[in-house]
Design a protein around this ligand. Structure first.
Ligand code: S3P
Length: 425
């Protein structure tokens, strides 16, 4: 098990175009290329464990993949049965989206993952997919991986999801594209919408109206993707918090998606007092631009809305809350319990170890801003917990144990952290 020792940082002013590429969009590039006729060209694909696993799986299913080091080219050959077990590693997105894609493919497929993924709930996709004819199974009546899928013909649906989850929505959209009629998917709150944007860009007939998405079955294969994957706002956010809690510091994050369903955490940091600017530069599939974050003394905030738009940033936001004046709270975030770790528990326990007073709720927690103390904390195998507490270390010094998981989403995290803050590790 590897650990990192992070030392307190001096002020810094840094500009980076090297933040990890967007994980959600990279997964989708690989998966959606399978539905296209011709060659998809993907620049800046995220070369991290989660997304490389997805890429490997589409290769195992028959796609031809070429990689010249900067552009990945994918040519689909349809989906073929394989003798290999398809290993999604740590990725819930990979596993849930493959459930949607493979439910209608000809053949039998086995999806598995690492010890953490095998504990995460899959019923949220297996149940609605089974209801339209998919033949999916797994432990605990289809809730836990390994999952087995035998492709079947799928019926058109009208489904109302109880969770605001882009993974559920995307799995159902993928199923809808190969079902026997027009389908409707409704969600309680808008979740990230990369799937809809990208598939519409590839020629799929999808209509969106507030929380309702209508999907028409594909009449022909899609137009291949031609995309440069933007930087991941969830990865960028660690550096946004670093600048926001380090006096006289600033950070410019270049080429990041400015999709409103992804930058809500920056808006909350702004409400806390940080000085943040958004500059739109281009738009293809997604709005893309730069985000500038400057230090300012932070004040407490209550976060209880648009939770799906900042769910992945809540651990890092909690570090900003610990450095703010007053009592902050996060509510309606019960989804945190079923992420790569139970993030309500892992955030609260680790903040307590750093001397911060917290209170745990079933659907969130509160954080009393105070003085962070150096501590030995553990990531519990969760990349976002590991990176959040490294950022806390910029204030007070920190030993973070079990940091290998950072490779699932942000392999150059420490390189950037040392370059930007000049902090020793
Ligand atoms: C993701 C959706 C979110 C997010 C995850 C990535 C995606 O999960 O937390 O990191 O790419 O669709 P849910 O769909 O479970 O909300």
């Amino acid at each position: 098990m590897m650990s990192a020792k992070v030392y307190p940082a001096q002020s810094f002013n840094y500009k980076s175009d090297a933040i990890a590429a967007d994980k959600s969009i990279s997964h989708r590039c690989a998966l959606f290329a399978v539905l296209a006729e011709g060659e998809s060209k993907i620049e800046n694909f995220l070369r991290a464990e989660d997304t490389l696993n997805t890429l490997k799986i589409i290769g195992q299913l028959g796609a031809e993949i070429r990689d010249n080091g900067s552009v990945i080219t994918i040519r689909s050959n349809g989906i073929h049965e394989t003798s290999e077990i398809l290993d999604c590693g740590n990725s819930g997105t990979g596993m849930r989206l493959f459930c949607g894609l493979l439910s209608s493919a000809e053949g039998h497929f086995i999806l598995t993952g690492d010890e953490y993924l095998k504990r995460r709930p899959m019923k949220r996709v297996t149940q609605p997919l089974r209801a339209i004819g998919a033949k999916l199974d797994g432990r605990e009546n289809g809730d836990l991986a390994p999952l087995s899928i035998r492709g079947a013909s799928l019926k058109a649906f009208n489904y109302e999801s109880k969770v605001a989850s882009a993974q559920v929505k995307s799995a159902m959209i993928l199923a809808a594209l190969r079902s026997d009629g027009v389908c409707t998917f409704r969600e309680p709150e808008l979740s990230r919408d990369h799937t809809e944007r990208m598939l519409v860009g590839m020629g799929a007939h999808i209509e969106r109206n507030a929380l309702e998405t209508k999907i028409w079955p594909l009449e022909k294969l899609l137009t291949p993707l031609s995309i440069r994957v933007p930087a991941d706002p969830s990865s960028a956010f660690f550096f946004a918090v670093a600048a926001a809690i380090t006096p006289n510091s600033s950070m410019i994050i270049e080429g990041v998606t400015l999709n409103p369903t992804r930058i809500e955490a920056f808006k909350v940091l702004e409400r806390m007092g940080a000085d943040i600017r958004y500059d739109l530069i281009s738009e293809k599939y997604e709005p893309i631009g730069n985000i500038t974050v400057k230090y300012a003394p932070l004040k407490a905030v209550v976060v209880s809305e648009n939770i799906a738009w900042l769910i992945d940033e809540l651990p890092a936001l909690s570090i900003a809350m610990a450095c703010a004046e007053g009592k902050s709270s996060i509510r309606n975030a019960q989804e945190l319990r079923v992420k790569e770790s139970d993030r309500i528990k892992t955030v609260v326990d680790n903040l307590n170890l750093c001397g911060i007073i917290t209170e745990e709720y079933p659907d969130g927690y509160c954080v009393m801003g105070g003085k962070l103390h150096s501590a030995i904390v553990n990531s519990h195998g969760d990349h976002r917990i590991a990176m959040s507490f490294c950022i806390a270390g910029l204030r007070c010094g920190m030993d973070v144990e079990d940091i290998e998981c950072i490779n699932t989403s942000f392999p150059n995290f420490f390189e950037l952290l040392t370059q930007c803050t000049k902090v020793k590790l």
